[in-house]
Each structure stands twice: as C-alpha cells, then as structure tokens.
Design a protein around this ligand. Structure first.
Ligand code: PFF
Length: 445
C-alpha cells in the first residue's frame, strides 16, 4: 500500500478543513437562508445549532479519522470491530459524490460569471452575453473546467495539493471579502440591511421549519457526515490537540458565514436604494439563484470605473470558496480507491472525477427534475441522517477507553475540562435526540 499523506502543519490543516467548511454554503447558502427566514432570527438559531449539534458531530468525525488513519469506508469497522458498519462510509461517499456533482455545476456558473464581467470590461460583449445565458453548452463547458481545476489540485496529494492550495486560497478569500464588505457598507442603503441582519424577529426564533433549515445549513456548512472531515482528520498527526483544532475550524466557518451575511444582506438594500427589486411576490427578500444571478448583478450593473472590478472580485470570491470545498469532496472517494485498489492517486482521481462528471451531465440533461431534488436529498436529509448514525456509532459502539485515549493524544490536560466530562455522553444521548426531534417535527408539519 502507498504511504498515507499527512498535513505538514497545524496551520495547513486548519486552512484545509476550514477551506472545506467555508464554501457556497457560507457565502451563498447562509445569506440566502437569512433572507428567506426572517433575518437575524435565522442567524440566532443557526449559531445555537452549530455549537450544540454540529460542533460535537465534527469532533466525532475528526476523532474517528485520526484514530483509524484510513479512508472513510474502512474507518468505522476499525472503531466498532463490526464489518457491516462500513455502510456508513459507503453512504457518505455516495452522498458526497452527489453533492460534488451539483456543486461542480454551480462552480461552473461562478467561473462563467466571473469571466462575464472580465470580458465585458475589455469590450468582448458578445462573449460576455453568452457567458451568462443559461445554455446547456455553457453549463457543461464550465462544469468540466471546474472539475478539471478540482482534479488538478487533488491529484497532487495531501500536502503538495490540498494543503498548499488551501493555504494560498483561504487568505485570498478573506481579503476579498473584507474589501467587499467595506465597499458595500459605505454605499447608500447599506444601514437598513445591517439592521435586518442584526436584530432578530423573535416571533420566528421558535419556528420549527426555520430550525430544520438551520440544522441542514449547519451540517452542510461544516461538511459533516459524508467523510470529508473524517479523511482530513486521518491526515492529522497524533500530537495535535483535536478539541481546540476542531473548535477553530468551526469558528472560522461560522465567522465567514457571518461575514458573508454582512456583505450580502446590506448589498441587497444598496441594490434597492438604486431601484432594484429585492422582494418577491410574497414580500420576502429574494433568495437562492435569484439573489446571486439577478439581484446582485443588477447592483453590479450600476458600477462604473474602479467599482466595475467589484463583481469580478465577488465571483472570484465565490469561486475560490467553492474550490477549497470541492477538493475536500473529491478526496473522499479518491482516498478510498487509492488506499484499497490502485495505490495510484492520479489514476484514482481520473476515474472518480470522470464518474462524478457523468453524474453532473445527467443532472444537467434533466435540470428541472433533478437539480433541486439532488440538492435537497443530499443536504437536507442525507447529511443530518448520517450525522445521527455517526453519533450512535461513536457514542454507543466505540470502546469508551479507546475513544478517551484518542481525545487525550496531543492534549493530556483535557481530563480536567468540561469537554472531557460532557462530550461523550452528550454525543450519545443529546445529539441523536435533537436530530430525531427535528426530523419528527418536520414530517409532522
Ligand atoms: N461546507 C461546504 C459549503 O459550505 O459550501 C459544502 C460541503 C463541502 C459539503 C464538503 C460537504 C462536503 F463534504
């Protein structure tokens, strides 16, 4: 078997894991959910669920990965001594591959839009117009290009590919975002957006549908359940303090989501101040692709001079965020095939990326029927359910002494902390209960 890759530094790991977590879910999904779920009420519930539910599950995945030091399909049997528990890894791998299939399509759109603003800037108007037309040719071309970018990075391996690129791309992302927030914040109308974003409408805080959306968003945003965090954990050295590293990743993820909200919600009100419609027929803020491909471009169209660089910056920001996530998704099946079958990473990359591209093609050919369906099945149902199974397997089937020993590695003082005393029992009882209750209510309502 080929030797396993490993992250070369703690910083590299945090950038890669935060890079996986920070993606379209933060910069697009989160503001969209805030817009359609009563502003700051959603922010509040999302924050609570991230810390009481998603962070504990993240820790479980990271610990399983580092203990097993293997791909996600072989990892669960190692902690349970029960071969059939491999189903969890298989299910996660299928889910993450389906997520990557739609994510690459969206990644392609972002490339096309970034290029659109660039080509219009240099006067290539016909090309610029084609780039934002929703055609099958454009969609497939850019899905392929996005997949090639993902593949090229993953092919280089853990330290030389994933880590090196995450360390470069994540600071670019934060820099671009800060510049855009300041720019938008100074425009007319921004302050109204800020107040929608900051002051919760408390009547919506106990809305069960809102909580379900927030749970899905929290699992998607932290890349949970599907083996991504598990595999990144498996590339981490036994001398690292997992509890604090996991907390850091969760904090960066939440921080970027909040920053994205602070960029996009005010941007919508700036758009409104310049005459753009930001409410739908029912009087709610426009969300989803209408927000990213209609409302914001209408705002961008008013920008002249130096400001015309803003949309290029914005779509590049989204693209960078998507790329650091897509590489983490591709790594899940690639690591399995490399470790179990060929030993040849490059070959595994070509096969897996080819198969996922085929899935993207099928989605594109049946766009109306499949796109929304795949998004909702994978992110709203599969990810939280996988999270539920992980809590059960780690909480109930992993030998408690082995589990505690894994937490202690790299962090001997942990025994006096609350995490040590509470987390294992919490994961066993409370997390599954919250997930089950939320699901139960969602089927009732
Ligand atoms: N966390 C990513 C985002 O917020 O866009 C999405 C994601 C990445 C989901 C990796 C699942 C995954 F395995």
């Amino acid at each position: 078997m080929a030797t396993r890759g490993e992250f070369s530094s703690k910083f590299g790991f945090v950038m890669a894991a935060a890079g996986s977590a920070v993606g379209l879910g933060n910069i697009w999904g989160f503001p969209t959910q805030v817009a359609s779920n009563g502003g700051a009420a959603f922010v509040f519930v999302y924050l609570v669920l991230t810390f009481v539910l998603a962070y504990p599950v993240l820790m479980a995945e990271l610990l399983v990965g580092r203990y097993a030091k293997s791909n996600s399909i072989d990892a669960y049997p190692k902690i349970t001594n029960y071969k059939k528990s491999a189903f969890l890894g298989v299910w996660g791998t299928l889910t993450v591959s389906s997520i990557l299939a739609f994510y690459s399509i969206v990644g392609g759109w972002l490339m096309a839009w970034a290029l659109h603003y660039f080509t219009s800037l240099i006067g290539l108007t016909a090309i610029a117009a084609w780039l934002v037309e929703f055609s099958f040719e454009r969609n497939i071309l850019f899905t392929v290009l996005f997949s090639i970018l993902t593949l090229l990075i993953v092919r280089q391996g853990v330290a030389a590919g994933i880590e090196r690129w995450s360390v470069r791309l994540m600071p670019i992302l934060l820099g671009l975002m800060s510049i855009l927030i300041v720019y938008v914040g100074l425009q007319r109308g921004a302050s109204e957006g800020w107040s929608v974003f900051i002051f919760p409408n408390f009547s919506r805080v106990f809305d069960i549908d809102l909580a379900i959306s927030a749970m899905g968003q929290a699992f998607f945003s932290l890349s949970l359940g599907v083996g991504t965090m598990l595999i990144y954990g498996s590339y981490l050295s036994k001398s690292e303090n997992m509890v604090s590293i996991g907390a850091l990743v969760a904090l960066v993820d939440v921080g970027v989501a909040i920053l994205a909200g602070a960029l996009i919600i005010p941007a919508m009100y700036v758009a409104q101040a310049s005459g753009v419609d930001i409410l739908d027929g029912a009087g709610n803020l426009i969300s989803g692709d209408g927000l990213v491909f209609t409302v914001l471009p209408a705002l961008f169209d008013n920008m002249r001079g130096l400001a015309s660089l803003v949309p290029i910056g914005f779509f590049t920001l989204l693209l960078v965020a998507a790329l650091t996530s897509s590489i983490s998704m591709l790594e899940v099946p690639v690591s399995y095939i490399t470790e179990r079958k060929s030993g040849d990473r490059a070959k595994a990359c070509y096969w897996v990326a080819g198969a996922i591209l085929l899935a993207s093609l099928i989605i594109l050919l049946n766009f109306d029927a499949l796109f929304g369906l795949v998004v909702s099945l994978t992110t709203e149902y599969s990810q939280p359910l996988l999270g539920l199974f992980i809590c059960v397997i780690v909480g109930w089937f992993w030998n408690r002494n082995q589990l505690l020993e894994e937490i202690r590695l790299g962090n001997p003082e942990i025994e006096i902390t609350l995490f040590w005393k509470i987390w294992p029992v919490y994961l066993q009882f409370v997390c599954p209960l919250i997930i089950l209750l939320l699901f139960y209510h969602s089927f009732q309502s």
